[in-house]
Design a protein around this ligand. Sequence first.
Ligand SMILES: Nc1ncnc2c1ncn2[C@@H]1O[C@H](COP(=O)(O)OP(=O)(O)OP(=O)(O)O)[C@@H](O)[C@H]1O
Length: 591
Amino acid sequence: MTASGSRAAADPAGTGLPIAGGRETARELWRLSRGHRLRLAAVALLGIAGTGIDLIPPVAIGVLVDRVRAGTAGSGTVLLVGALMAVSAVLGTACIAATVVLAARAYHTVLAALREQLVDRAMTLPRHLVERAGTGDLISRSSDDVTAVADAAPTVIPALSVSTFSIVVSLVGLAALEWPYAVALAVVLPVYAFVMRWYLRTGPRVYRAERTAMSARAQQILESQRGYATVLGFGLGTTRHRAVMAFSWAVAVRSLRARTVQSMLNARLNLGECLSLAAVLVVGFVLIDRDMSTVGAATTAVLMVLRLLGPVNQLLFVVDTLQSALASLSRMIGVVTVPVTDPGTVSTRPGVPAAVRLRGVEFRYGGGPPVLADIDLDIPAGGQLAVVGRSGAGKTTLAAVIAGTLRPDSGTVHRPLRTAVITQEVHVFAGTLRDNLTLAAPDATDRDIRVALETTGAAALLALPDGLDTVVGAGGHSLTDAQAQLLALARLQLADSDLAILDEATAEAGSAHADQLDRSAAAVLAGRTGIVIAHRLSQAAACDRILVLDRGRVVEQGSHAELVGAGGVYAGLWQAWVAGQQVAAEGAPTS
Ligand SMILES: Nc1ncnc2c1ncn2[C@@H]1O[C@H](COP(=O)(O)OP(=O)(O)OP(=O)(O)O)[C@@H](O)[C@H]1O
């Protein structure tokens, strides 16, 4: 249990889910912004206009200073300057507010689309990928990372856009005033560039380490909860507690490092601020001394720089949150951009869409020994194959490889595009009986549902307290195992897939319901290609062909009669099963 979590922490790139690179993240964001690009152009225009208007007060104050010094400032001048400042404050604020609102609309929509895609993709990720990375990683990406990006967006995006516009517009304004002022500021800018460079090198690494540690901790807690019975059964409480403590401590250490880096950023920003003001003041003094600038112009320059310091600091300050959000964003996009399937290994057979064909299939769990080897298999459209074998022979793995939830390490799998699987763990979703039945057939009418229930011998489900409106699953009416199996079979009937894979679909049945479930399974399989992972050999006998697996290899193949006649492995299993049935019948109470 501990292994997967510690591997994810030690080597996130090797065993975790993929993390998108900078280019991939930018490409995906650009793709997601489709439909909002006009709005983004409006954001840019309004931002430039707003920050431009913001320069009016420094210029007006500079003019006022010069007039006062020259003794030409009357009450009219003061009133005019005041009016200009008031108008610019109203207009500038309106423009910036519109920029922020428009940008917020754009990022909320883009983030919602990204979150939707993340959930969609998370549901269909290849199982081997999730098993290797650990579910904790996936949960952390769809919770912690989504929260980190959603929390950061309202502060980062306005700060980023307003700061960028302010810097550009102020530099142009300073150059228009007297070019040496712009040069003085430009000379100090490398200090900020240095701070930014240091931060970009340190920040992402520190934040990624913090998030990875959080993922590993989530995985530990999740595994302790899932394996609660085992933990109690083997008295592993203290060991698990220590493991969770160790992973929590790793989070604390990395969080401390992240906060230290943040404090160092603050100190360097203060240094940049002092240098900027000093540079403009010195240049102003020299220019005034040589009659190249007025005191009013120097005042304007200092006010512009003071106005600029806020946005610059804000920009560098949010780089912190921006880095953290970008790290989360690249983890979210890493999931979204996992390729949907590997077309080279699992695909539909051209010309025979409902047939199944496997050639040279080999499968290993996590690089271990082969669990399936040299599997060649043909099921014609409409044919039905039973897979039998001892426990651990590889039957479930074969079903998952054919269904496409596991990808073979080598060989090819052709299967119908529309494939549905029923596993032993039938999940009843919280919701009405109707919702549960129409999961894979959202357009089905109540009439379709009734027909499917009758065909599969599950009409008894209609007798639940509120019929199709009965709320089942967590918090609702609880179904027996046999009822849940019937529901799954009726759901599969409604989905009307070309290939149905029943993996131990009747294994949970109590003996009283076994015959009913066998009949229901036969009704579902009628008219479509079917694969039955048969533990009850009566199911195998009803199929056209039987495939016998032993330690991942096909050891026999043929019809029931052929295999019984051949006297091999299947014949032995059949004799043992028939004998077991007779003993059970003799031991059964007579009525
Ligand atoms: N997730 C997994 N990781 C590693 N090994 C696994 C995993 N799942 C199954 N195995 C191993 O693969 C082999 C085949 O397992 P599989 O469940 O496919 O057999 P099976 O024939 O369906 O067994 P059963 O009838 O008991 O369900 C077994 O040795 C099993 O321990």
